[in-house]
Design a protein around this ligand. Structure first.
Ligand SMILES: [Zn+2]
Length: 136
């Protein structure tokens, strides 16, 4: 005989999702030390990619990146400019979203080009990010 109600446990609630409780671990150190150790381990595991980031001025740091207080669109664009990955026309062409990779004056619009394109202000990265926030 059924009662008409069914109480599901955390494990059977959503078959497509795992409970976060399945992936947590008890810390044997402070949260700050655990976070820094995890950060360093992930950074070290990335190998040569970290060299490219450091050449762009991105270094391992416990602080949040500058611009995190900006609106989401600007913050996202700053991060895309920092890592050199975004929806520039070269990528859009590679992804078959557009047929041309040319910027307005005909130059190939790579993420590197975005940083020095004459369409956008060059005074600060924030000004540049504000210009490109809805584009890349
Ligand atoms: Zn341009």
């Amino acid at each position: 005989m059924t009662t008409g109600t069914h109480s599901m446990s955390t494990h059977e609630r959503l078959s497509s999702r795992s409970s976060f409780l399945d992936t947590t671990e008890v810390l044997d150190t402070t949260p700050t030390d655990a976070r820094i150790t995890e950060w360093q381990n992930q950074w070290n595991s990335l190998g040569s990619q970290t060299t490219q980031w450091m050449e762009r001025g991105i270094t391992p740091d416990e602080c949040l990146a500058t611009g995190q207080d900006q609106p989401w669109a600007v913050c996202k664009t700053l991060n895309r400019l920092r890592v050199g990955e975004g929806r520039c026309k070269v990528s859009m062409k590679k992804w078959k979203i557009t047929t041309s990779d040319a910027c307005v004056y005909g130059e190939s619009q790579t993420m590197e080009h975005i940083m020095r394109c004459s369409q956008a202000p060059q005074c600060t990265k924030l000004a540049c990010a504000n210009h490109w926030k809805d584009v890349i």
